[in-house]
Design a protein around this ligand. Structure first.
Ligand code: SF4
Length: 988
């Protein structure tokens, strides 16, 4: 029997949930089963009706008694397009705009239908990687619930009718200089939109323009304006920073530019060996975030206390003078933190999240100035072609609407009735407007109350452009003609300005003609090929920090509960809420799918007398919302964290019953957090689909972790963490020593648990969505799951740490699944792949039972039957769609391996390192995943597997997994509180 090495170290206990920590009977019963209760039985009250409702949208269809193999018709092209070779995908560069950010992408297209998105290696905001939102946006394109009809007062019309309507209005507003005309637009960073906005202001000087976005970087930009008197935005270079202090900034997941941040941060933690330099992250936050999970030190405070902490830090560094008495725990942090920051002057970085006030951002700029980080780890570029959300503008507009001085309102994207601050009473103000024209992807709350609703096109259908944070201009080019004849913001705004409907292509070219030097057509072609205009980044703006007045923070010791409004990592501000992939994606921290929850600490839950899944009422700002409570160890005490973007009714079948709308609790002055929340019970409970206890690997030593100091003294701690007798095989072993031998390594030090890999895998491998009920039953289908573990004292939030571990099929050389399959449906190939022969599988599930990693997924129903035609368009034709009764799991993206083999064979050569990139690996913004041929001794995967942190998860079972892990290392500062107790190795 293997045993875990004890040394003289204090063992850290890792747990997935509180039930796991205290090993309740319920937990033991749950995890003793191969599948969670309900997964293997047909005795649950499975509702076909609910399921069908979901499936009709972005979810695949299930049927208990469906036919096993659907029939399909194959029809040849009558006139094949010359440039399209059936079966050979083409790639096009484009850009995904999101708020004031722009992410360069490369979209794979099969015979004219886009199927997969990757990052554009040439683009400065993505550098070849992506995130979960980008990956899932392809499904949004094919959402059958998208708005498809032009409506006037709810009645179907043609767009030509709208053109006739506008022609009349146009003359009126041209004549009166736009008196009574108003626009509320989403944020943008786009040369064409900026040009059109300027034209609008010129054509209609009396008109009103408000930019509003419920989640925005306005505080950051406003803070920099206070500090520097310039309209600039920060560009953080995490790769240069040796010491990072994050003030409530979830820079690896929900903040803008998270792909770059993830990559830069990971680059500073990519340890060759125990002597490698490693950055250090200090995190001060209220809610546990993905970034907080990677922190070396984490201080958990209420939002108001964070304010006071930043003032005290600024005071200590001489940025401002503030007389702040901090609580002991914060005070104990301050001196060693300041010492570390000063010791790394010019090589440190202080960042604050978008929830922090403009004042705090101004102070942070000053702190970076004193630390000589400005110009080194943080640079600034002009806010060029950017329209930033400002609540004050929306307030002015709403007041005008209420007084009847707005006669025509154009809502250019967005859904302000759903997400505007509740005290603005946008819906009732809108009733006073004679004509409201709404363009949106969905006929949402605003669309339903508008006079005209015009379907908007998806970003993969329209022409536009965008400026990334460093100023690089990139093109948004359509991959497909608008599926529902939607119109883009560019086309609509141009129509409003000129009365003419021009194609987006012509409007965008108009902007680009002066930007491209030399022959335009040639330059334009290059832009379309690259996705961006080379050398168009803006020069860094030199700033001088001049802080005049800064408000002193409140006392910070207010009683009562604080509520924090957080952007959802899955549905963001609600714009992705009808996306089934994102709804089914278990949250990085809570592991909840299909819902938002009121996250509280264990202490707070105990104080309130509630438990997870208790339905509670949150009241603040004269509004109340009911939602389930969920305990998240490591959350600040007396704080409730709620994610925005859920409970969006009437836009689509996926969104309809998913989560709770918390926007009513938010007012113009409490956009980020509010104090004085009351929390009451309802006496009811609410069922949550939480996967934190699913796929448990019992109490085996799964996570291996140490401090940097311990690692330096014990470089081989990870592979030696478990003692076991010599490993002998029961069979004659096959020698995997010829041809290609595929393997993977995942670095737990750089992985931030961002979930991009899960969605990338889902997109690449046609993984179905199964709905909340089935997730609750433990039937989730993700081929790569990102397990989340806590460690620490649940009653002391600052002591709680979080570790993520992506787990997919390990392609064991001595695979236990293969040994029990009665029909040899799962077998090994001679390149080390554990393969599934789908049409041999008879669904015994013995393989899953015998898999120590719990990575096999069973199609309990025909999850893909009756998939709407339009959703089928998102599917990858290189991957078989599985039917009911079949087991499936990670294939190491065998289709990508085959493609590379064909290319290599054409040239009569071996596949080169880097030619086969697994979907999870390609998406990963942290470069935490390495994959390749183990026979190629120069390959990246071999280099990484040779690192002394490499360990085989459950290697003591002698299953010889091809996927291995690199142990997690945290870089503790010995002088920080609690650091001494951590100077050990941990596994659990
Ligand atoms: S391995 Fe997956 S979860 Fe971890 S950082 Fe990469 S994409 Fe995110």
């Amino acid at each position: 029997m293997p045993s875990m090495k004890k040394d003289n170290n204090k063992e850290k206990r890792y747990f997935r949930s509180l039930d796991h920590l205290i090993a309740t009977d319920e937990y033991k019963e749950k995890t003793a089963r191969e599948f969670p209760e309900g997964a293997s039985e047909m005795n649950n009250d499975w509702s076909r009706r609910n399921f069908m409702t979901l499936m009709g949208a972005s979810v695949a269809m299930a049927g208990i008694a469906g036919c096993r193999r659907p029939k399909e018709k194959i029809v040849p092209y009558v006139k094949p397009p010359e440039e399209v070779i059936p079966g050979v995908a083409r790639q096009y560069a484009s850009t995904m705009p999101l708020g004031t950010s722009a992410y360069g992408i490369v979209v794979e297209s099969h015979e004219g239908r886009p199927t997969k998105i990757e990052g554009n290696k040439m683009h400065p905001s993505s550098n070849g990687s992506s995130n979960a939102l980008i990956q899932a946006s392809i499904l949004g394109l094919y959402d059958p619930d998208r708005s498809q009809k032009v409506l006037e007062k709810g009645k179907e019309k043609e767009f030509a009718d709208f053109l006739t309507f506008w022609a009349e209005k146009y003359n009126v507003y041209r004549a009166n200089n736009g008196d009574g005309l108003a626009v509320v637009s989403e944020s943008f960073s786009s040369p064409t939109m900026a040009r059109l906005k300027k034209a609008f202001e010129k054509v209609y000087p009396k008109a009103v323009w408000a930019t509003y976005e419920p989640v925005s970087d306005a505080n950051i930009f406003d803070g920099l304006k206070i500090a520097t008197n310039k309209d600039v935005r920060p560009i953080y270079d995490y790769s240069k920073a040796k010491v990072i202090l994050s003030i409530d900034s979830d820079f690896t997941q929900t903040e803008s530019e998270n792909i770059n941040a993830n990559a830069g941060f990971a680059a500073g933690r990519d340890l060759d060996d125990e002597h490698s330099e490693m950055n250090r992250l200090y995190m001060v936050e209220s809610a546990f975030s993905s970034t907080g999970a990677s922190a070396d030190h984490r201080l958990v405070l209420k939002q108001k206390e964070i304010d006071r902490f930043v003032h005290a830090l600024a005071d200590k560094l001489g940025v401002v003078s503030a007389n702040i008495n901090l609580p002991d725990a914060s005070q104990a942090w301050l001196d060693p933190l300041v010492e570390d920051l000063l010791a790394n002057s010019g090589k440190s970085l202080v960042v604050a999240g978008r929830r922090m006030s403009a004042q705090i951002h101004a102070l942070v700029c000053g702190i970076n100035d004193v630390l000589k980080n400005n110009g080194n780890t943080v640079t600034y570029t002009n806010l060029t072609d950017v329209s930033v959300s400002h609540i004050s503008d929306l307030q002015v507009l709403t007041e005008k609407m209420k007084t009847g001085s707005v006669s025509t309102l154009l809502v250019l994207g967005g859904d302000p009735i759903y997400n505007a601050p509740s005290d603005l009473k946008f819906a009732s103000a809108m009733k006073k407007v004679e004509t409201v024209i709404h363009t949106g992807l969905y006929n949402d709350a605003t669309g339903k109350h508008a006079t005209w609703h015009i379907p908007a096109s998806h970003y993969l259908e329209y022409w536009s452009d965008a400026r990334s944070a460093d100023g690089t201009v990139s093109v948004v080019q359509p991959l497909i003609a608008p599926l529902f004849d939607g119109k883009s913001s560019v086309e609509m705004l141009n129509l409003i300005n000129s009365g003419e409907l021009l194609s987006g292509h012509d409007i965008v070219q108009e902007t680009w003609k002066p930007m491209i030097s030399g022959e335009f057509e040639k330059g334009w072609k290059k832009v379309l090929h690259d996705g961006l205009l080379a050398n168009s980044s803006l020069n860094s703006e030199s700033i001088s920090f001049k802080l005049k007045n800064i408000n002193s923070p409140g006392s910070g010791d207010e009683d009562g509960y604080e509520i924090i409004f957080a952007a959802s990592p899955a549905v963001y501000d609600g714009r992705f809420t009808n996306n089934g992939w994102l709804q089914e994606l278990p949250d990085t921290v809570t592991r909840v799918a299909w819902d938002n929850v009121a996250q509280v600490s264990k202490k707070t839950a105990d104080k309130l007398g509630f438990n997870s899944e208790d339905l509670i009422t949150l009241s603040v700002n004269d509004a109340e919302v009911q939602m389930p409570l969920w305990i998240v160890p490591g959350t600040a005490d007396d704080v409730v964290v709620v994610a925005l973007g859920y409970g969006r009714k009437g836009i689509g079948r996926v969104a309809e019953d998913a989560g709770h709308d918390v926007y009513p609790l938010r007012t113009a002055s409490t956009m980020d957090f509010a104090s004085g929340v009351t929390i009451a019970g309802t006496g009811r409970t609410y069922e949550i689909a939480n996967v934190q206890d699913h796929w448990s690997m019992e109490e085996r030593p799964i996570i291996r972790e140490a401090t940097k100091d311990y690692y330096e003294g014990h470089p081989e701690f990870a592979p030696h963490a478990v003692h076991h007798p010599p490993l002998e095989s029961m069979w004659d072993e096959f020698k995997y020593d010829k041809g290609y031998q595929w393997g993977m390594a995942i670095d737990l030090t750089t992985c931030t648990g961002c979930n991009a890999c899960t969605i990338a895998c889902q997109s690449e491998n046609n993984i179905p969505i199964i709905g909340k009920e089935e997730v609750r039953n433990g039937r989730e289908m993700h081929w790569i799951r990102v397990d989340r573990y806590f460690a620490g004292d649940v009653d002391d939030s600052s002591s709680v740490e979080m570790v993520h571990q992506p787990v997919a099929c390990h392609h064991c050389e001595l695979a236990p699944c293969e040994q029990v399959c009665p029909v040899a449906a799962t077998v090994h190939d001679d390149e080390g792949l554990n393969t599934m022969v789908y049409n041999r599988c008879i669904g015994t599930r013995y393989c899953s039972n015998n898999c120590p990693y719990k990575v096999r997924r069973f199609n309990f129903f025909n999850f893909t039957k009756e998939t709407p035609e339009i959703v089928k368009m998102a599917m990858n034709p290189d991957v078989t769609v599985r039917s009911r009764g079949v087991m499936e799991k990670c294939t190491y993206c065998v289709q990508r391996i085959s493609k590379a083999k064909i290319e290599a064979k054409k040239d009569d050569r071996r596949i080169k390192d880097g030619e086969v990139v697994a979907a999870c690996q390609q998406a990963c913004p942290a470069n935490a995943i390495a994959f390749g041929d183990l026979m190629d001794k120069e390959s990246d995967v071999v280099r990484i597997k040779q690192r002394n942190r490499n360990y085989a998860l459950l290697g003591e079972l002698n299953v010889r997994p091809r996927t291995t892990y690199l142990a997690k290392i945290r870089n503790k500062n010995k002088n920080m509180p609690g650091a001494q107790e951590s100077q050990t190795e941990h596994h659990g």
